[in-house]
Write a protein that binds this ligand. Structure first.
Ligand SMILES: [Zn+2]
Ligand SMILES: [Zn+2]
Length: 449
């Protein structure tokens, strides 16, 4: 029980065995009330509209938090139990790090900077382009922390990112106990030195981690959800290190870097040393109409046909699911012999379809922004249809472009933004990619200078 609760903050129903008789932890009410200011202890929500009144056995004026409801109800009368993190881990046998790969020059520099940040318990952003190999550059820092008996967490807003990270960490740290926490996990919680978790799961921790690493900080919902940002701060020890990873940090973070309020390591080159494919913007006219009215001669069909004829494999990003389905029906008519599929967030077969695309069963795949990050295919081109649509933010477009040319044997790829008028996001995405290539070149990190 002691270990179960160590570094955590849980309500009664989450304590699977109940509280022991000898109890050295603390219990606090669900909300912190100072004058008229009422704050949810778990997610930090403090606006009147964040709370809902409800009749309760405790008496009158009870309410609960709406913001973190998906993690279970926190009522005014709820008690949150926690026990101070005491890092009760047995020493890990050497070598702690069982990974034997080699870091690139820029990875090595970032890796050293991460170690320094961990030792000094500071905050740092690792701004690494898609394909820079950011996971590997964390290994040395994690090794150092584990050896010193520190508790380490790697969190991401996205479950699929956590699930992809877990086996890589398991093979890099074979003798370190680890656990992956996410919404519908089957395994039950146990105390481990290394934790992989969705950012939602951080709400159940309190001052637990000496090192907290958050991957894809700019991804939904972490980017817009203050509760998750609050949870991250709470899950980390007051004197803990915080490391953010992103290929597309938002404007606020970029400003903070420029004003030296945030320390950052910028990695402009890919692991394999080839430049990022620079997207081309191409006028496609009224592409929406071309889909709905089935105008076979429209630019979007011509471009798809060109790639099919060239025997290229490619991804086609479409702004929404309805259009994607409509488009896919018509494409089947025009290209009856071409093997392709479509995938969206509502697709139960998503995982299998992505696997088949990876196995090269399909020549191309239609998708929404669901595949903008986290997926790697060997040798593909990328088309974005309706790149001016507001679903395609600057970050989304940079991530999408980052799908091409990731493999060292196929380091190039075509990225085409088909649009009906260029947006600020589109122009800025292209500008940023070019800027990273320029920086990589200046630092002498590219193979073909
Ligand atoms: Zn809350
Ligand atoms: Zn109550």
């Amino acid at each position: 029980m002691d270990l179960f609760l160590m570094g955590r903050e849980l309500v009664q129903s989450e304590l699977n065995e109940g509280l022991p008789e000898e109890w050295e932890g603390t219990s606090s009410l669900g909300f912190i009330e100072i004058g008229k200011q009422i704050t949810c202890r778990r997610c930090g929500a403090n606006q009147p509209q964040d709370r809902q009144s409800a009749p309760c056995n405790c008496g009158d004026h009870c309410f609960y938090c709406i913001r973190c409801l998906q993690m279970g109800k926190i009522k005014r009368c709820s008690l949150l139990y926690s026990l101070t993190e005491k890092n009760q881990f047995s020493p890990v046998k050497e070598p702690v790090l069982t990974w034997q790969g080699k870091l690139s020059v820029q990875q090595e520099i970032a890796s050293n900077e991460i170690e320094t940040t961990i030792k000094a318990a500071q905050t740092r952003l690792i701004w690494a382009v898609a394909g820079a190999g950011k996971t590997e550059m964390l290994f040395k820092g994690i090794e150092l922390a584990i050896r010193e008996g520190k508790r380490v967490c790697i969190a991401s807003p996205r479950t699929d990112v956590c699930l992809e990270l877990a086996p890589r960490l398991k093979s890099a740290f074979q003798d370190v106990e680890q656990l992956t926490l996410y919404g519908d996990m089957e395994e039950s919680y146990r105390y481990t030195q290394l934790v992989i978790a969705t950012t939602h799961q951080l709400m159940r921790f309190k001052e637990a981690f000496d090192v907290l690493i958050i991957d894809e900080i700019d991804a939904f919902p972490f980017d817009t959800d203050n509760g998750l940002q609050f949870a991250a701060q709470k899950a980390k020890k007051t004197k803990g290190a915080l490391i953010y990873l992103s290929a597309t940090p938002n404007k606020k973070m970029r400003q903070d870097i420029a004003q030296k309020k945030l320390t950052a390591s910028i990695l402009p080159a890919r692991y394999h040393g080839y430049a990022l494919p620079e997207p081309k913007a191409m006028w496609a006219g009224d592409w929406r109409n071309a889909i709905i009215k089935r105008q076979k001669k429209a630019v979007i069909y011509k471009e798809i046909n060109r790639l099919i004829q060239a025997h290229r494999r490619f991804l086609v990003f479409v702004p929404n699911i309805e259009l994607m389905i409509d488009f896919s029906v018509y494409l089947k008519e025009i290209f009856p012999h071409c093997s392709f599929t479509s995938v969206s967030s509502e697709d139960g077969q998503r995982k299998e379809k992505v696997e088949s695309m990876r196995d090269e069963t399909y020549q191309f795949m239609l998708t929404t922004t669901i595949l903008e990050r986290g997926v790697t295919f060997r040798d593909i081109d990328v088309l974005v249809i309706g790149a001016e649509d507001r679903t395609f933010t600057e970050a989304a477009l940079i991530q999408i472009a980052g799908r091409a040319g990731r493999h060292k044997d196929f380091p190039t790829g075509e990225v085409l933004f088909l649009h009906y008028g260029q947006t600020k996001a589109l122009k800025s995405a292209i500008r940023q990619i070019k800027k990273m290539n320029r920086l990589a070149r200046e630092r002498g990190l590219l193979i073909n200078q």
